[in-house]
Design a protein around this ligand. Structure first.
Ligand code: SF4
Length: 215
């Protein structure tokens, strides 16, 4: 068994980790989602399971398919459509306001740079990076709880917050992997490297993991 401390994780090891994860979880297509839908769905997804987000955003977009249409919607109707998601009463006026800003200030087009995205209500770095990766096909690193936890378990980084993890991963991870890392580690984190009860005994990258637990 061979372990690597944080600063000595070699590119070869990172290549191997990514290759095994890609093998198990073939990445989907990027830049295949409309940026506005990606933005709104990501805001809805905060503290909500993926399948619930998909259902709620599907209902929302089937009635309000553009920024202009959503900007004109009644908040009570948005609430009704998205009521499955966590904090829907907070998110309903928020997505309406985002839609209003996109419609009025950006001619209905989502901005494609981090600084401008961060000016939108309820949009932090994770949401902005998701829009850049999945909406625009850009090289960016979207760090959610899975990416944060697993990157630390693998000692790719040693960080306290997702924001720190994003900055640290930008140093350690070759750019060609940035856009894939979110999807790969989310799927890996739901399947094997779970928040609790991680399945180290069947982990396909276990021999490279300093955080591996005995079975
Ligand atoms: S060995 Fe365990 S802790 Fe390490 S990546 Fe695999 S499942 Fe996660």
């Amino acid at each position: 068994m061979f372990y690597y401390p944080l600063r000595e994780v070699s590119i070869m090891t990172i290549d191997l980790i990514i290759s095994r994860l890609k093998n198990r979880y073939p990445p989907g297509k990027f830049n295949s989602r409309d940026p506005f839908r990606q933005l709104i769905a990501t805001v809805l997804s905060q503290r909500t399971r993926d399948e619930v987000t998909d259902r709620a955003s599907g209902k929302l977009f089937s009635k309000y398919s553009t920024a202009a249409a959503l900007a004109d919607a009644d908040v009570s109707d948005i609430e009704e459509l998205i009521r499955e998601v966590g904090f829907y009463r907070i998110k309903a006026p928020r997505v309406k306001e985002i839609a209003r800003i996109i419609s009025n200030d950006f001619e209905g087009k989502v901005p494609d740079d981090m600084d401008t995205l961060l000016l939108l209500p309820g949009v932090g770095r994770k949401t902005a990076n998701c829009v850049l990766v999945y909406g625009f096909g850009r090289d960016a690193i979207a760090v959610d709880t899975h990416v944060h936890r697993i990157s630390n378990r693998l000692r790719l980084v040693s960080t306290k917050t997702p924001e720190e993890t994003e900055l640290a991963l930008r140093e350690v991870l070759p750019k060609k992997y940035w856009r894939y890392i979110n999807e790969l580690l989310v799927r890996f984190g739901q399947d094997i490297c779970r928040p609790v009860g991680q399945k180290c005994g069947v982990c396909m990258i276990g021999e490279m993991c300093p955080g591996r637990r005995g079975e």
